[in-house]
Ligand binder design. Sequence first.
Ligand code: RTP
Ligand code: MG
Length: 137
Amino acid sequence: MSQRTLVLLKPDAVRRGLVGEILGRIETKANWQIVALELRTLEREVLEQHYGEHMGKPFYEPLMEFMASGPVVALVVKGERVIEGVRALAGPTDPIAAAPGSIRGDFGTIVRENLIHASDSEESAEREMKIFFPGLA
Ligand code: RTP
Ligand code: MG
């Protein structure tokens, strides 16, 4: 089942020089390909659209600040079961709970600074792709 998903390499990943490492893990999966990619510092409005579901939660403002603290790499990955697949590569939200071998498990310690975002459903993927790559067919 071919799908598309929206992935963000968060500002901590870019600052720490982990872009190549993380992109490599995604790019080398069989039957997946990167179909859009951009390095970009996110404006508040874009972040509010993207993380709107979390508005009002205690971690929302610190999350907004962190996500605007430097450039992110935004990309769309297309391929076989890629929505579930990138979430599996990333590991659970809390890096300490994430298994070694996952991106968050190998490189993270702080819940907020967990290196990567990936869409969690087909509906989220459609919504998020429109925010970051409105021109994508
Ligand atoms: P994401 O949306 O970034 O892919 O992460 P997720 O689905 O694994 O987690 P979600 O619950 O959607 O949370 C979004 C992001 O907010 C930060 N966060 N901080 N308690 C906290 O301090 C806390 N909880 C969540 C993380 O950056 C998380 O990825
Ligand atoms: Mg999420």
